[in-house]
Design a protein around this ligand. Structure first.
Ligand code: SF4
Ligand code: SF4
Ligand code: FES
Length: 531
């Protein structure tokens, strides 16, 4: 393995590594625009020029492989002069857009100008070349040609990752510009990744533009809940509101990317139909209640039915939208009531899927259900419904399970009106919730800590980004209160504690440790191997 010295510090790297990668390991920043670790090397922006001893000219760090004994200087006068020259060149025709540009706060042109340049422009304003502005090039993406520095990251993404080649660089010299290929629009299912990788404000999100200045936003590590792939994401939020999802690097799951459907799925998580109030049915309408009374009322009623009618008189249904912790707590509740517990994982028959990231299973935790020993097919729920119709199932607890979505809605409504007691735990005011005796609002996954198990059996943590409004609380917490009321035993008061109880329960989760899942998760086998 070759050893390289960068700014007086030595490091050994694997054969084939480049100077920019070696510097990164030493936490030495080499400014760069066109290089992206998920794409091939273009070497066109020249921002990464560095001085290498025994080389007559400066070399680009992104495309120079480390050789043994190489000595690199990133802070020498020659390097700094080159960095200033490259920035001056890139800014010659750049518009004075920073005050109104949506990339401000995360623009590499702004940042590098402040860190490596700070010269006054020698270019008269009225001589700048003008190009197209605010061009919608796809459903989600806006292009500003003037701001583009022609790094070709976006074109390489469309050529190499999606292989759809919607974008190209047209014309020559200072008239070069990014444009759609003839007859194309940027409408592939991963189109919004070009927004992330564009280092400047040339490609921006139609969805996020002008919604918030990024320096006012906080970010929290999470996992996308819109399909079974479990792409790692960062949730950007402020004062309890979600603003955007962006992919977070995980080489085992999604690399640097995520799909557009997952990226815009945050909107539905804070839609108008959210449930925030604990509701208890009176004679003919719902009345607000406090959680303690509602939980005491619900458990007393369910226990009475269970005692009067024996095992199987209560049914618990938990969907694959629930976290591992919610599923575990639902199972414990079912055990305490002698109930039949069943899972349900449902997706539209025509759900989009591909061989890259997107899965046809639009639930984040089908594997969580299966690995806790629950079935996930509609048949088990139908059987339970038949029990309601036959009068053998007297009470139901539905956790994130709107049965009207998966079964004949009229039949479900009829059955739910017939059941003696119905408790619904959900984040949304579903049609099923309309039939409930008690409605307990629970938070969405950005409002809770917990874990999902993705399609490959990888258990991944998500963190609470925002607090639920009103009386909504994390699902595992509300279910924990129900379990405590039924069993009289103490229950875990945080998601990590619930996960520890799940792991201690044996089965597929045995040996997993909540903290050691880290930010990239672990499969059961990995965790056992590393435990
Ligand atoms: S639009 Fe952005 S990503 Fe594409 S070439 Fe221009 S600067 Fe690079
Ligand atoms: S592929 Fe699935 S998990 Fe990944 S971002 Fe898209 S919807 Fe979310
Ligand atoms: S990052 Fe090396 S040439 Fe662009």
């Amino acid at each position: 393995m070759p050893t390289v010295e960068i700014d007086g510090r030595k490091i050994e790297v694997e054969d084939g590594k480049t100077v920019i990668q070696a510097a990164e390991r030493l936490s030495i920043e080499i400014p760069h625009y066109c290089w992206h670790p998920g794409l091939t090397i273009a070497g066109n922006c020249r921002m990464c020029l560095v001085e290498i001893e025994k080389q007559p000219k400066l070399q680009i760090a992104c495309n120079t492989r480390v050789t043994d004994g190489m000595v690199v200087h990133t802070q020498s006068e020659k390097t700094k002069t080159a960095q200033r020259a490259v920035l001056e060149f890139l800014l010659i025709n750049h518009p004075i857009d920073c005050p109104v540009c949506d990339q401000a706060g995360e623009c590499k042109l702004q940042e590098y100008y402040m860190d490596y340049d700070r010269q006054r422009s020698r270019m008269p304003l009225d001589e700048k070349v003008h190009k197209g502005k605010a061009i919608q090039i796809g459903q989600h993406v806006m292009l500003d040609q003037e701001r583009c520095i022609l790094c070709a990251r976006c074109t390489r993404f469309c050529d190499e990752i999606t292989k759809t080649s919607e974008l190209g660089i047209f014309e020559r010299g200072d008239h070069s510009r990014i444009e759609l290929a003839p007859g194309k629009t940027l409408d592939n299912p991963y189109s919004m990744n070009v927004i992330d990788i564009c280092p400047v404000g040339a490609l921006t999100s139609k969805d996020f533009r002008f919604k918030a200045r990024v320096w006012y936003l906080e970010s929290t590590n999470s996992v996308c809940g819109a399909c079974a792939n479990g792409c790692n994401i960062e949730i950007y939020h402020r004062e309890g509101r979600l603003f955007r999802f962006q992919p977070r690097f995980n080489p085992e799951v999604n690399d640097y990317w995520m799909c557009d459907a997952g990226r815009v799925s945050w909107g539905a998580l804070q839609g108008e139909n959210r449930l925030f109030e604990v509701l208890v049915r009176g004679d003919d309408s719902f009345a607000p209640s406090d959680p303690t009374t509602a939980i005491a009322t619900a458990t007393a009623r369910l226990q009475t039915l269970a005692r009067a009618h024996g095992p199987g008189a209560i049914g618990v249904v938990v969907s694959a939208k629930a976290s591992n912790e919610e599923i575990f707590a639902a199972r414990k509740l079912g055990a305490g009531l002698g109930a039949t517990v069943t899972g349900i994982s449902w997706s539209p028959a025509d759900a989009f899927a591909d061989d890259f990231l997107v899965k046809a299973d639009k639930n984040p935790n089908t594997q969580g259900l299966l690995r806790q020993g629950l079935t996930s097919d509609v048949a088990a729920v139908e059987k339970l419904l038949a029990g309601v119709e036959a009068g053998t199932v007297k009470g139901l607890v539905l956790v994130r399970a709107d049965l009207t979505r998966w079964l004949d809605a009229a039949r479900v409504r009829q059955a739910l009106e017939r059941v003696d007691y119905l408790v619904v735990l959900d984040s949304e005011g579903t049609e099923t919730a309309q039939c409930a005796n008690v409605v307990l609002p629970i938070g969405t996954y950005p409002e809770s800590d917990g874990t999902f198990t993705n399609h490959a059996g990888r258990v991944q943590r998500f963190h609470q980004a925002v607090t639920s409004a009103g009386q909504a609380r994390p699902g595992w917490q509300v279910l924990g209160d129900l379990v405590a009321a039924v069993s009289g035993a103490p229950v875990a008061r945080d998601a990590g504690g619930v996960f520890a109880a799940l792991a201690a329960d044996g089965g597929a989760f045995a040996g997993l440790d909540y903290e050691r899942l880290g930010e990239h998760g672990a499969t059961t086998a990995n965790a056992r191997a590393s435990a």
